[in-house]
Each structure stands twice: as structure tokens, then as C-alpha cells.
Design a protein around this ligand. Structure first.
Ligand code: UTP
Length: 408
């Protein structure tokens, strides 16, 4: 794209300010900016303009779960089925590690955060250790796909190399990079992070499967005969990955997908809840729930909308391939984004100042015909690291690790 074409494209969507510093850039910087403008999707700006329109939800109804008690009664049967699937090479794991972790305020990939206090214990290490336990039990490796973003890909790969993959077999680890999207200010104007560079951020965790396909990983899925993918977040340091009992229970239930859930700590807990929407599985965010939904209880006293998701899902590969072309809704989220102001100075905001565009893995659940809601004990499996301290923080996660016998 040349300068004139770029100008025309930006005029059509009211973004010509992106060319304000064009004349001051080197040839290479100019080319890079033109490339970014060429790749811009003006459709996202329309999404921003329409953001105040309430998302239309269908009819929401509670969904129960296979409870801890149900699972305990059939645990051995579930585990045996899951281990068998792993041994047959049917299970892969996908680590979503492309996020920016802005709330934590750590300038490296979140997985490089050191949870240890007397010795190093990195978040990636916690996850790989948990996965290794399954590998040891099954006597077979679980292929691990790691999603990074343009912003943290190099650091992540180098760290895995430096740490010798924390003892995992590197032949079974595949990295792939997700896509980026621009950030806009409150008026819908795209921000610059440098005079010649549009401020972009990873476009959410919903694009993981299409990014895998774009990276050419379909060949690996086919070659290895992977039928199930267990997708999980980087930031839960107690995350049980490729959990054989979860896999076995999902397979034996005949469900198209599975989701690990925890009983809500209290009705107001800020966690997305697995429910039914127009008869198919769906996740309702805590801020979308009415007071009636938040407080409603079943005859046994349990909250009707009780089961919160912890970003640990199991999807069928064949179903994902069918859905690959399907459009996920784009969410507009308010975050802190450093930018170049009118005077050409870099501003590092202390509070959310911008809007990012993200698709979310939780929306993929609604595309499944069925989803096994599989309860896990939050004391053993849920220690999210979102913030430096307070709720869901390094401090709370360290405490939970200690309670699980992990030496810090
Ligand atoms: P979060 O929703 O916590 O987002 O991600 P985040 O970007 O990591 O953190 P904040 O909100 O800026 O503090 C949940 C999971 O999804 C991954 C994250 O790495 C984490 O495992 N994720 C998120 C991606 O892989 N890509 C994204 O674009 C966003």
C-alpha cells in the first residue's frame, strides 16, 4: 500500500491522524506503518461504534454439573478412560499465553513470573510440572501447543529453551503466534504507540484454533491423531492439565465438549457461569447476571447459577474444524494502553484509557451442542494470578500453592 492509498483508506474511516508524523519517519518506518494500515480492519471501528448496544442474549437457564461427589464415585472409571485416550495419542493441550497480563504489571510474559520466594518457581514451571505428572501416569507424552503473541513470542520461546522446557520433551512442544488488533481511545480514534507504529494488542484468546491452523499445525493434529484439545489459561498455577478423569468423564458422557467449573465462593463472585442459553451451553459473565439470577437457589439450597468457569475446556478437534469458519463475537474491553499524544510524547496511563478488541474462548462453548460441566475443588485447582495483590493475586495464589504442599 502506498501513502495515497493509505490516506484514502484512513479518510474513509476517520483515522488520518495516524499519518501525523509520517514525514518525520525513516523509509523503513514509513513502510512498516503503511503495512499496518493495509492490515487494519475498519470493521472493528464499527464494532466500537455499536458497543453500547446490549448484546442480545437468548433464554438463560441454569445448568447443573457432574459434582465432586458424582466424580468421586466414578473416578477410577473416568481416569482409566482418560489415560487410555492419552496413551492412544488422542489428547493435546493448548496453553493460552498470548495475553498482556496488564493487571499484574509484569513486563515479561506472565508465565515467566517467579512464584517462588526461597527458590525460583516460575508459572510456566508450575504448569509443566502438573502436565508432567499426567505424562508419567499415562506413560505417554501429551503434545503441548503454546499460543504466544507478537509481543511475547521471542521471550517465551527463549525462556523455554533456557529452562530446558522444565524437563518436558521439546519434541512435543509447538509454539504458535496469535493475531493482533488495534487499540482505540474513547472517541474511537486508533492510538499510536510510536510515531510510526499503531498501538496493537493481542486480539483475545478466542482466536486460538484459527491461529493454530494458520501456523500450519493441522498437520500435527492429523499426524498425531489428536481428537481432543484441552485449552487452558497460563495464569492458574494450580491448573490440572490433560486431567485424565476430566477427559474420561467427557468422553464417556458423549458430550461434544467439557468445562471445568468450581462452585461459586459466594453469590457475588466475579466469575463467568456455565449455563444454558436457548438450550445449548453458554457462559454468562458475572456483570450480565440479573439480581434474580445471582441469588436464585435450587430446592437443595445450592445457587442455581453456581458453577463458575476457570478457563479449562476440552473441545473435539473435528468439531473445531467444522466451526473454524464461524464468527466469534468481538468484545470491546477497557484497558491501559501506552500511546503517543498530540505533542508526540509517550504517555503511560495509570488507569484504563483505551479500548481493545477481543474474541473470547468462552464464546466457543456456545457453539457446542453439549458441554459436560465438571466440578473441581477450587482449593486444589484454582489459584489465578491476575493481580499483584488482593483478590486473584500473586499473594493469594502463593497461599494456595503452599496449602497444596508446594514449597516456595
Ligand atoms: P486474561 O483475560 O486474564 O487477559 O487472559 P490478560 O491479557 O492475560 O491479562 P490482563 O487482563 O491484561 O491483566 C486469560 C487467559 O487468556 C490468555 C492469557 O494469556 C490468559 O492465559 N490470552 C488473553 C491470550 O492468550 N491472548 C489474548 O489476547 C488474551
Amino acid at each position: 500500500m502506498n501513502f495515497t492509498q493509505a490516506k484514502e483508506k484512513l479518510e474513509a474511516c476517520g483515522q488520518t491522524h495516524l499519518l501525523k508524523w509520517f514525514g518525520t519517519l525513516t523509509d523503513t518506518e514509513q513502510d512498516a506503518l503503511l503495512e499496518q494500515i493495509d492490515a487494519l480492519d475498519p470493521g472493528l471501528l464499527q464494532v466500537f461504534a455499536a458497543r453500547s448496544e446490549e448484546a442480545q442474549r437468548g433464554k438463560l437457564e441454569p445448568l447443573g454439573a457432574l459434582t465432586l461427589q458424582d466424580i468421586a464415585e466414578s473416578h477410577d472409571r473416568f481416569e482409566a478412560a482418560g489415560l487410555e485416550a492419552i496413551r492412544q495419542g488422542k489428547v493435546g493441550a493448548v496453553l493460552l499465553a498470548g495475553g498482556m497480563g496488564t493487571r499484574l504489571g509484569f513486563d515479561k510474559p506472565k508465565g515467566m513470573y517467579n512464584m517462588g520466594q526461597t527458590h525460583p518457581l516460575y508459572i510456566f514451571e508450575c504448569l509443566i510440572r502438573n502436565l508432567q505428572e499426567v505424562v508419567d501416569k499415562a506413560g505417554a507424552y501429551v503434545p503441548l501447543f503454546v499460543m504466544t503473541s507478537e509481543k511475547n513470542d521471542e521471550d517465551t520461546r527463549e525462556f523455554f529453551e533456557e529452562m530446558k522446557y522444565f524437563g518436558y520433551n521439546p519434541e512435543y512442544v509447538h509454539f504458535f503466534v496469535q493475531e493482533m488488533a488495534p487499540a482505540v481511545d474513547g472517541n474511537g480514534k486508533i492510538l499510536l504507540e510510536e510515531k510510526g507504529r499503531i498501538a496493537t494488542s493481542p486480539n483475545g484468546n478466542g482466536g486460538w484454533f484459527s491461529s493454530m491452523l494458520r501456523a500450519g499445525l493441522q498437520g500435527v493434529l492429523q499426524r498425531e491423531g489428536i481428537e481432543w484439545l484441552n485449552v487452558f489459561a497460563v495464569d492458574n498455577v494450580l491448573q490440572r492439565i490433560a486431567d485424565p478423569a476430566f477427559i474420561g468423564a467427557t468422553i464417556l458422557s458423549g458430550s461434544e465438549s467439557g468445562a471445568k467449573v468450581v462452585s461459586k465462593a459466594d453469590p457475588e463472585e466475579r466469575i463467568g457461569v456455565l449455563c444454558l442459553e436457548d438450550g445449548t451451553p453458554s457462559i454468562v459473565e458475572y456483570y450480565e447476571m440479573t439480581e434474580e439470577m445471582v441469588t436464585r437457589r435450587e430446592p437443595d439450597g445450592r445457587l442455581s447459577y453456581n458453577y463458575g468457569v476457570i478457563l479449562n475446556y476440552l473441545f473435539r478437534t473435528d468439531r473445531l474444524l467444522e466451526l473454524a469458519a464461524g464468527e466469534l463475537p468481538v468484545h470491546v474491553v477497557n484497558k491501559k494502553v501506552p500511546y503517543i499524544n498530540d505533542a508526540g510524547e509517550l504517555v503511560k496511563p495509570q488507569a484504563p484509557n483505551a479500548y481493545k478488541f477481543e474474541t473470547l474462548v468462552l464464546d466457543m462453548v456456545h457453539m457446542q451442542k453439549s458441554c459436560l460441566s465438571y466440578e473441581v475443588d477450587r482449593a486444589y485447582e484454582f489459584a489465578p494470578v491476575k493481580n499483584a495483590d488482593g483478590v486473584d493475586s500473586v499473594v493469594s495464589a502463593r497461599e494456595l500453592l503452599r496449602r497444596n504442599g508446594v514449597e516456595l
